[in-house]
Design a protein. Sequence first.
Length: 729
Amino acid sequence: MKLPKLNAGDFWGGLTAMLVALPSAIAFGVTIFSPLGSSYAAQGALAGILGAIALGMIVPALGGTLRLITAPCAPAAAVLAGFSLEFIQGGGDVGTALLLLSLLGLAAGLLQIAFGTLRLGQLIVYMPYPVVSGYLSGVGLYIIAGQVPQWLGVPKGVHFWQALGSSAFWQWQGMLVGAVTMVVMLLAPRVTKMVPAAILALLAGVGSYFLLALNDPALLQLQGNALVIGALGGGGNMLDALSGRWHAIEAISAAQVLHIAVPALTLAVLLSIDTLKTCVVLDALTRSRHNSNRELIGQGVGNVASALIGGIPGAGTMGATLVNISSGAVGRLSGVVEGLMALAAFLLLGSVISWVPVAALAAILIVIGVRMIDLHSLAFLKQRSTVLDFAVICAVVITALTVSLIAASGIGVALAVVLFIREEIGGTIVHRSLSGGETFSKRVRSQAEMEILAAHGKRCAAIELQGSLFFGTANQLYSVLEPELKTRDFVILDMRRVQTVDVTAVHMLDQIKDMLAERKGVLIFTHLPQHLPSGRDMEQYFDQLGLVRPESPVRVFAELDDALEWVEDCIIAEVQLVRDAERPLDLAELDMFRSRKPETLHALLAHMEQRSCKAGERIFSSGDTGDELFIIRSGSVRIMLPISEKLSHHLGTFGRGAFFGEMAFLDGAVRSADAIVFTDAELFVLSRKSFNALAEEHKKLGLGLMEGLASVLSSRLRYTNGELRMLES
């Protein structure tokens, strides 16, 4: 494999990104290890540096995003600091805590690899904004609460509110250093953007510390000085510490391993969301496209490596990534350079890092925590429609601060479900509702039949449903259908737009079926999807739950038109307007010839051909030449418009007493559609040549036939216009 070439932009981008990421990584490490005791601050700083090195060198090489910088981050610091504090307060020993922290990072990395392998990269980012906003704000407040005691310099174990009330323990030197660091951190971007604000703030904090040391020589003592990080250790000492940590794994119990399961899952999800959201922003800035699943695998491998060498986990970070881009980086080597520069800084500047004031790191994190708080969410209080979203944010924040970040993640997931249900319930499940007197099937009926359907068609309702039919919308489904159950004999439910169906909705449909059956009514389904988004076959699901079994009084049709045609046949048959339906009609029984004299009809019959056709027989095809008019004595014929070799559109079904083929009969052009016998049919066939000969002898008959054709075609057009008006309304 050919290695990419390092260019100047990647080098400078990696260097400046390291300058942004490393101070924060050190601060996060100190935050995580501070509950273990002030003497572990140096080891925490070392863990932050090792995390930056491992993540920087490994993730860019394996990940799916160019120019992304991965480093220890705030969500990782919040979760791990909360875990270590809870473990120590619960009576755990420091050695076990160190090992469990590494195992937690290791498990989170393995979970991220699993997320990417299972192709969950696209799914993890589907988290409602109020939940994400609440969690990030909670993390920000959690960091602030954890760093204020560090800034004030109070003893270990003193929490936020206690620290504020324990002024006797405050160390003014650390407070002054932290205040200077905060001011520079906030004002530096207004002065220059050439050097990252975190670097200038850290330099200001270190400088102010040594200025104070001019008047207090005790501050220049590294050993036992709680105001600075202290000696990081290196070489054999560092290796001994790492190997000693993993030797302790033999003493870990199964209960302790299970204890890290939920925090590990929480950490893996948070790091994944944090990374993928940064990737989305990066795509927008650089007009590129990242590979979510590959990125998760790369992040997981990096976090596993970081845990194995004693570092803390991390994610794709926004600040360092933006600095990387603005410095001219164009490829993934910039991330590798960032990791190598972090390693060089550790090896060359380890003694300098030892003198970094703890208060300066706390100040940097306090500013970061404040910036994580989503103050824009306060605007949700201005609108009544978004008050519930603000309540969700508050619930997540309060849970994070009063219980734990892990519990907040659980609350967030639960509220995400609630938000989804709220949106589904708030929408309508009815796309369109039509009455049988307003819409008709494509079957071409006689004038008498259409008059009956116009008068009695309201016995049928066709309702097109949409969205999700589940326990949250089952009551809405009943409310929609209840009025129809009292007045309709036929209720057609078109399911083509339905996305999901659950057992509760099916049970409600089963009750509706029974209520209709009590009135001798029929529930009809059309367009049952074979493949819902979940992969479920709806008809098979209905059958499994007993709704559409053969013995069930429910009808299922593939098309809405088929259902309407069946209902129309039932209505016409019930009012007995179609008599002797199986007997072929004579000429005198056709609407166009009812008033003609017998001798005139005899002359017309002499010019006609009588033809018998079997179901499935093709009478003519699109593009055929022909000038015949076909009149149906019995049976039915479907007219299909070819769209492709395998696909046709159903234009209409012509039944007893109807005619078809009139366009070629009138203008002599080629056929525009296919005519296929649907049920065995008896036909009268009149060619234009025979009609012309007949019209010469019986001019009044010829004129009457043309008027009859025009009248029927006009009636068809009127009904079509009425349907179009209903569809537009």
